[in-house]
Design a protein around this ligand. Sequence first.
Ligand SMILES: [Zn+2]
Length: 304
Amino acid sequence: MYTSMTPRQFRRRFRTERDCLRYLIKRKWPDGFRCPRCDHDQAYLIASRRKYQCKRCNHQTSLTAHTIFHKTRKPLRDWFWAIFLVATRTTGSSARQLQYDLGISYPTAWSWCHKIRKAMEDRDTRYALQGMVELDDTYIGGKRKSGKRGRGARSKVPVLVAVESRPKGCGHVALSKVTSLTSRQTKSFLTDTVEMDTLIFSDSLSVYQSLSQDLNLYPLTVGNGQRAVEIFPDVHRVIARLKTWIRGTHTHVSSKHLDRYLAEFSYRFNRRFKHRRDTIFDRLVTACCTTQTVTYRQLVSALN
Ligand SMILES: [Zn+2]
């Protein structure tokens, strides 16, 4: 749609609030305005209220309702810039970075990051993995109290990782945190994220063995960790990349919000080849325009 958008081009394209509003109008009515009440095709823009008013019946339509920008008092330009940064930086953006880049408060930056991540999450749940899939679990976050590593390290959260294994490497990925690594939770993760006739391979952990009757799941005896990496290279590559990203960009993620970080990771990963960076911005704004917002209060209450 747009050829390689640089930050300078971004600033030129979205110079004013009106530029952002016009962009939202295009997203809402790609084939031109239609009044939801009388079907008229002409309207005025009431920029101060972020509304479009029908020239015939005066019905007003909010441009930000049903988007993550709903009820925001901050300029849309700041929002768009935040989305641009999250979309175009290969590692995404932490709340701290966003706070610095936009000169906004930390709580605002933090809630914006989560709202954008939720839009990514809503988009990504539509794809089911297929073909051949490698399945494994890993542990993320928390403080390492006992110095124990890997499975069973206390206060870390188990995360299930499924990766399409293709001749040329990894395909799509699906990740989800689970409260504990039980066969019930593993089964529900697989039925949600993997297409029915997919072949799933895993190591011989008992929870996987218990599911091999019900699902197309084939647990293989892998022996030591190095052998596991050789037998399941794709899922191990994804887990390594996830850990590097969390360590590098976010340092620490709270287990309450881990699902949204996982959603951001898989959103970015699943689009790494398909879309050039310049179209990721448009796609991400589209996702933000079709996602109901979560309020700061809802986000914070999830912490308690
Ligand atoms: Zn009308």
